[in-house]
Design a protein around this ligand. Structure first.
Ligand code: GDP
Length: 157
């Protein structure tokens, strides 16, 4: 079976749920008191999807040096202005054929969700980014998000 390796970097402000998303994806669990020592800064997970193995190499809170070596990116929304700043940073320092995905995390919380529904999808469309509403807490769309990232990255073979 073919194996694809996919480098995913998570970007976003502290508290948006980056570690929780990785923890949900890799361990399928949620720890409300997650801290940086639990959510390691680098984790891997391999999933089978449509007769291929997809090995995700995931960097949490990537620095700028990492931005230039990852192909797909994964941007978490907090507010619109911070989101736009992250995207600007990616365009300046990231590789050219980057896949950007925006996770509107904490969609289990009503007030967060309203903001996302209003604006985020349109913004994501305008920059050709994936947009998925996620909840690390309730396990909503976490696997789907990673699979969608993989689907958007062209095969190198
Ligand atoms: P990070 O700093 O971006 O890595 O964020 P964390 O993963 O540490 O999460 C910050 C806080 O948000 C923690 O208290 C988490 O329990 C909480 N959190 C993360 N994801 C969700 C979610 O999907 N729903 C809710 N309600 N809380 C979440």
């Amino acid at each position: 079976m073919a194996l694809r390796e996919l480098k995913v970097c998570l970007l976003g402000d502290t508290g948006v749920g980056k570690s929780s998303i990785v923890w949900r994806f890799v361990e399928d669990s949620f720890d409300p008191n997650i801290n940086p020592t639990i959510g390691a800064s680098f984790m891997t997970k391999t999933v089978q999807y449509q007769n291929e193995l997809h090995k995700f190499l995931i960097w949490d809170t990537a620095g700028q040096e990492r931005i230039s070596s990852c192909s797909p990116f994964f941007v978490l929304q907090e507010t619109f202005s911070t989101l736009k700043n992250w995207v600007k940073e990616l365009r300046q320092h990231g590789p050219p054929n980057i896949v950007v995905a925006i996770a509107g995390n904490k969609c289990d919380l009503i007030d967060v969700r309203e903001v996302m529904e209003r604006d985020a999808k349109d913004y994501a469309d305008s920059i050709h980014a994936i947009f998925v509403e996620t909840s690390a807490k309730n396990a909503i769309n976490i696997n789907e998000l990673f699979i969608e990232i993989s689907r958007r990255i062209p095969s190198t073979d």
